[in-house]
Design a protein around this ligand. Structure first.
Ligand code: ADP
Ligand code: MG
Length: 325
C-alpha cells in the first residue's frame, strides 16, 4: 500500500517551472507565489463529491479534467489569467489504477493552461475532490457580477443544456441515439472552461457569471448584484446538438434550467456588440446575444413570436434539493 507521501510524490509532484509566479511549490508548509506587481490574485474553490456531483465509479481521467475545468470556469468568468491551483483529496483507498488516470486528466488540462499544482492535502475518506485555483487580473480588468447597466445586451458562450440532457439520459429518464448521447456526455464529463473568452472580454463585458447551476438561476445572481431585470428570447438560446433534437418544452427547460454547462453568461453595452463578436472569434468560442437588461428585477422569457414562456427557477441548490441531481 502506498504511503501518503509516496502518493503525493508519485502522482502530484512536478518539478516547478522557472520564472513563473510560483516561487515555491509542493513540499513545504506553504507554497509561495509572487503575483505580478499591481495585479490582484483571483481565488476560487470548487468541490466534487462522489454520489452528489458524479456517479460512484466515474471515469477518473474525466474527473481529473472536470474538477479543474469547473474551477477554471470561475476564473474565466472573472476575466482572470490562471496561475496555479491546490488540490485537496479525500480517498477511500490509495489505488494506483484510480490515481494514475486521475492525475493524467488533471495535468493534461493544467498543462493546456500552463498552470502548476502548488500544494494540497490528502486524507482517507469518502471520495471528495476540492480544488482552489488562483489567477491574476488587474483591478480595472476584473469582470464582476455587479457591473451590468440598463440597456446592456446579454450574451452566452457555447451551447446550453446538453450536460443536463446527458445526466437524464444516463439516469434512464430520456432516450438518445448513441451518437448524441456520446456528444452530450462529452459536455457533462469534460466541460471546456471558457478562459480565453473571459480574457478576451476584458474591457468589453460589463458583468459575467459562469453557468454552473443553470442559466436562469445563475443569471438571477448577476441581475440581483447589478440590480437589473433581463428579457430573453428562448428561441435564441444556443443549444447543444443533442438538446436540439428534443421537443420544444424540453429544449426550453434544459437550456434555461439545466446545470453543468460551464458557459459564460455576460453583459456588454450595445455599442460593444461587434467587439463581443470579435472577442468570440479571437478566442474561437461561439457567442450568442440572447436578450437585454433593463431597470427592474427578475427574468422575462418569451419565444420568437413574443409569447411569454413560463419558467420556474429550478437551478440546483444542495440544501433545498429542488432538483434531483
Ligand atoms: P501539512 O501537514 O503541513 O499540511 P502535508 O504533510 O499534508 O503538509 O503535505 C506535504 C506537502 O504535500 C505540502 O506541501 C502539501 O501542500 C503537499 N500536498 C499534500 N497533498 C497534496 C495533493 N493532493 N496535491 C498536491 N500537493 C499536496
Ligand atoms: Mg496537510
Amino acid at each position: 500500500m502506498l504511503s501518503e507521501f509516496e502518493l503525493i510524490d508519485r502522482y502530484f509532484y512536478r518539478p516547478p517551472r522557472a520564472n513563473g509566479p510560483v516561487q515555491l511549490g509542493i513540499g513545504d508548509d506553504c507554497a509561495l507565489l509572487l503575483p505580478p506587481s499591481g495585479e490582484l490574485l483571483a481565488v476560487s474553490t470548487d468541490m466534487l463529491v462522489e454520489g452528489r456531483h458524479f456517479f460512484a465509479g466515474a471515469n477518473p481521467h474525466d474527473l481529473g479534467h472536470k474538477v479543474l475545468a469547473v474551477n477554471l470556469s470561475d476564473l474565466a468568468a472573472m476575466g482572470a489569467q490562471p496561475i496555479a491551483f491546490t488540490l485537496a483529496l479525500a480517498l477511500p483507498l490509495a489505488d494506483p489504477t484510480w490515481l494514475q488516470p486521475f492525475s493524467e486528466g488533471l495535468f493534461q488540462l493544467a498543462d493546456a493552461y500552463g498552470i502548476e499544482l502548488i500544494g494540497g492535502d490528502t486524507t482517507r475518506g469518502p471520495l471528495t475532490i476540492s480544488i482552489t485555483v488562483m489567477g491574476r487580473v488587474t483591478k480595472t480588468d476584473a469582470i464582476k457580477r455587479s457591473g451590468a447597466q440598463a440597456g446592456d445586451e446579454l450574451w452566452v458562450s457555447g451551447t446550453l443544456g446538453d450536460a443536463r440532457l446527458a445526466l437524464e439520459a444516463l439516469q434512464g429518464h430520456r432516450a438518445l441515439s448513441p451518437e448524441l448521447l456520446g456528444k452530450a456526455c462529452e459536455r457533462l464529463h469534460r466541460p471546456t472552461p471558457r478562459v480565453s473568452l473571459g480574457l478576451a472580454l476584458r474591457g468589453i463585458a460589463s458583468a459575467a457569471i459562469d453557468v454552473s447551476d443553470g442559466l436562469y438561476g445563475d443569471l438571477n445572481h448577476l441581475l440581483s448584484q447589478s440590480s437589473l431585470a433581463a428579457t430573453i428570447c428562448a428561441d435564441d438560446l444556443p443549444l447543444g446538438e443533442a438538446l436540439a433534437s428534443q421537443p420544444t418544452d424540453i429544449r426550453y427547460a434544459m437550456a434555461l434550467n439545466g446545470g453543468d454547462d460551464y458557459e459564460l453568461c455576460f453583459s456588454a453595452p450595445a455599442n460593444k456588440h461587434q467587439a463581443v463578436l470579435a472577442a468570440g472569434k479571437h478566442s474561437k468560442t461561439n457567442v450568442t446575444c440572447i436578450g437585454k437588461l433593463d431597470l427592474g428585477s427578475g427574468i422575462q422569457v418569451h419565444d420568437r413570436n413574443g409569447a411569454m414562456v413560463s419558467v420556474s427557477n429550478q437551478s440546483f441548490d444542495h440544501f433545498t434539493e429542488n432538483l434531483s441531481s
